[in-house]
Ligand binder design. Structure first.
Ligand code: ADP
Ligand code: ADP
Ligand code: ZN
Length: 212
């Protein structure tokens, strides 16, 4: 199964991608997680992405597309993958089609997870993530333990810089201008599926499973 998850920042793409990855037995590929890991390790990639991420802008396409190409060429993607947070503009969507063509495969579906902006903003504001393993928590919907240590890996749980108010506004603007057209792109290819992301996470998962 080869899937792309689309939707506004904070709607629950990562949350669903983790569950789908377990259920379907294919890797979860999150460009945001890859950038944050690179940054934690202070690699050249991480350092070059930092200013874009912190301010809520897109990392330039040439960097991001190269990263995804390398990742999709990895043998563990031969049986399928779940892309989360990529493509984020039409140029990335077109580049993905070329990469997949060269690999001799194609997407099965692009799943758009939708929710109103009030819900999305609430999810972003309460999001906390683990520095060690990238696990995601929410102060109300999935609270992390009080000692601030990740139950999965013992890592420190923190709030992303770009989940604070100013960067959030910029990310929502970037989403509207650059990422929303990607939804139409996949509608045009005839592989778009739409689910209601306002339900709780288990219900959203079942809705996705029943569609694919
Ligand atoms: P995205 O990857 O789309 O940015 P995340 O999966 O990181 O979104 O989810 C954003 C925040 O909302 C996280 O704190 C997550 O725990 C929470 N969340 C995700 N899905 C739901 C849901 N269906 N109901 C309530 N909270 C959710
Ligand atoms: P969210 O799902 O909450 O929007 P992500 O973790 O997917 O957050 O992305 C965080 C940031 O990483 C983005 O705001 C952007 O700066 C960068 N980023 C992630 N994926 C891409 C991409 N495909 N193209 C460009 N920048 C990206
Ligand atoms: Zn952890």
């Amino acid at each position: 199964m080869r899937l792309v998850l689309l939707g506004p920042p904070g709607v629950g793409k990562g949350t669903q991608a983790v569950r789908l990855s377990k259920r379907l037995g294919v890797p979860h590929i999150s460009t945001g997680d890859m950038f944050r890991e690179a940054l934690a390790k202070k690699t050249a990639l991480g350092l070059s992405a930092k200013e874009y991420i912190d301010s809520g802008k897109l990392v330039p396409d040439d960097i991001t597309i190269g990263l995804v190409r390398d990742r999709l060429e990895n043998p563990d993607c031969a049986g399928g993958f779940i892309l989360d947070g990529f493509p984020r503009d039409v140029a990335q969507a077109e580049a993905l089609e070329k990469i997949l063509e060269i690999l001799g495969v194609s997407l099965d579906a692009a799943i758009y997870i939708g929710a109103g902006s009030r819900i999305v903003v609430k999810r972003i504001a309460g999001r906390r993530v683990c520095e060690g393993c990238g696990a995601t928590y929410h102060i109300s919907f999935n609270p992390p333990p009080e000692d601030g240590k990740c139950p999965k890996c013992g890592g420190r749980i923190y709030q992303r810089v770009d989940d604070r108010q100013e960067a959030v506004r910029e990310r929502l603007k970037v989403y509207k201008a650059l990422t929303e057209p990607v939804v139409d792109y996949y509608k045009g290819l005839g592989i778009l599926k739409v689910v209601n992301g306002e339900e709780d996470a288990n219900e959203v998962l079942e809705a996705i499973i029943s569609m694919i």
